[in-house]
Ligand binder design. Structure first.
Ligand SMILES: NC(=O)c1ccc[n+]([C@@H]2O[C@H](COP(=O)([O-])OP(=O)(O)OC[C@H]3O[C@@H](n4cnc5c(N)ncnc54)[C@H](OP(=O)(O)O)[C@@H]3O)[C@@H](O)[C@H]2O)c1
Length: 332
């Protein structure tokens, strides 16, 4: 059956402006780091992407190395585009990245111009498209001059292979430097992609202010701490969870008793707000005006539905925020 996107897809989603740019992103974006690789069931990934788009999630985030095997998530998304979403290409923001190891030898990793340009060419082939909307440098590289890495992003944007440039995991000082270099070359830095969730608040110490000042958007990844900030692990490690997967980067040791005790307490507040734990964790990152979008992952269609429904309750009372902070620092 030919896929026909839901006519109501733009009715419920909230779109937020990405920094001082012309682009608005959905408050919820879908990342394809896990569950879209060659090892996964294609039809499950396809169903998740279709449902996401039907819910107004217009942004899909990839990277050269997502899989496993590395690169296969881009192939999966390319297939989904071909089968279902091609007529909707102009309604989509598709991103990819390079910065982690992709192929052997000195030119398949980090931040050289050679690596970034060759990698994007590979990504476009896998995705079966002429351009991505956003291309990111995936992580800082202290050995390559920032001018070279940003010069590569500039070249990519000017060649039309990406419409916008992004960076991921850069600290505030390097973000400022990157923004300045790109501004001088008339390729404004659209967006930064850092990790942010209830357990990891590093971006509150300067990065969010820098992004606001500079007019750069912010899409935060792993708002659910890879699933820990949901009901997933409240009864131990389930067989089909990320932590149990043989190819998982998620260290089982990161699911500590202390965290689970805190999640149980946070879950009570979520219940009082009429939300699931996952929904409250998503609303919590979106309470920051500088955060444009929460970049979630999912293994099931219902995870995406759960995330989208978080948007019906985005506000927190001061009392709730204080209580949450007290739980996080172990005061209550
Ligand atoms: N720039 C970077 O360096 C970087 C790094 C990491 C990620 N990212 C991006 O961020 C995206 C999201 O990262 P993430 O997958 O770690 O995000 P996440 O949203 O923190 O975790 C997603 C996982 O949480 C579980 N989950 C989601 N919704 C749930 C619900 N309603 N109830 C119960 N469990 C639920 C699922 O785990 P199960 O699979 O166990 O069901 C799902 O796979 C990635 O796909 C990628 O695009 C970027």
């Amino acid at each position: 059956m030919v896929y026909q996107a839901s006519e109501s897809r733009y009715n419920e989603m909230i779109y937020r402006r990405c920094g001082r740019s012309g682009i608005k992103l959905p408050a919820i974006s879908l990342g394809l780091w896990y569950n879209f690789g060659g090892v996964d069931i294609f039809e499950n990934g396809r169903a998740m992407v279709r449902r996401a788009f039907d819910l107004g999630i217009t942004h899909f985030d990839l990277a050269n190395n997502y899989g496993p095997p590395s690169g296969s998530a881009e192939e999966t998304f390319g297939q989904i585009l071909k089968k279902d979403l091609k007529p909707y290409r102009n309604e989509l923001i598709i991103s990819s990245k390079a910065g982690w190891e992709m192929w052997p030898g000195p030119y398949g990793n980090f931040g050289s111009r050679k690596y970034l340009i060759a990698s994007l060419d590979q990504s476009l082939k896998k995705l079966g498209i002429d351009y991505v909307d956003i291309f990111y440098h995936h992580r800082p590289d202290s050995e390559t001059p920032l001018e070279e890495t940003m010069g590569a992003l500039e070249q990519i944007v000017h060649s039309g292979k990406a419409l916008y440039a992004g960076i991921s995991q850069y600290q505030p000082d390097d973000t400022l430097r990157a923004a300045k270099i790109l501004r001088e070359s008339r390729t404004p830095l659209l967006i930064h992609q850092p990790n942010y969730n209830l357990f990891d608040r590093w971006i509150e110490n300067g990065l969010l202010d820098t992004l606001s000042d500079q007019g750069i958007g912010c899409i935060v990844f792993s708002p659910l701490a890879q699933g820990i900030l949901t009901d997933r692990y409240l009864r131990g490690i389930q067989k089909d969870s990320r932590a149990a997967k043989p190819h998982s980067y998620m260290d089982k040791k990161s699911i500590t008793e202390d965290k689970i005790t805190k999640v149980n307490k946070l879950n009570k507040i979520a219940g009082e707000r009429g939300q699931s734990m996952a929904q409250m964790a998503i609303s919590w990152v979106l309470r920051q005006p500088a955060v444009t979008s929460a970049l979630v992952g999912a293994s099931k269609v219902r995870h995406i539905e759960d995330a989208a429904s978080a948007l019906t309750n985005l506000s927190f009372s001061q009392e709730e925020l204080t209580h949450i902070d007290q739980i996080l620092v172990g005061q209550v």
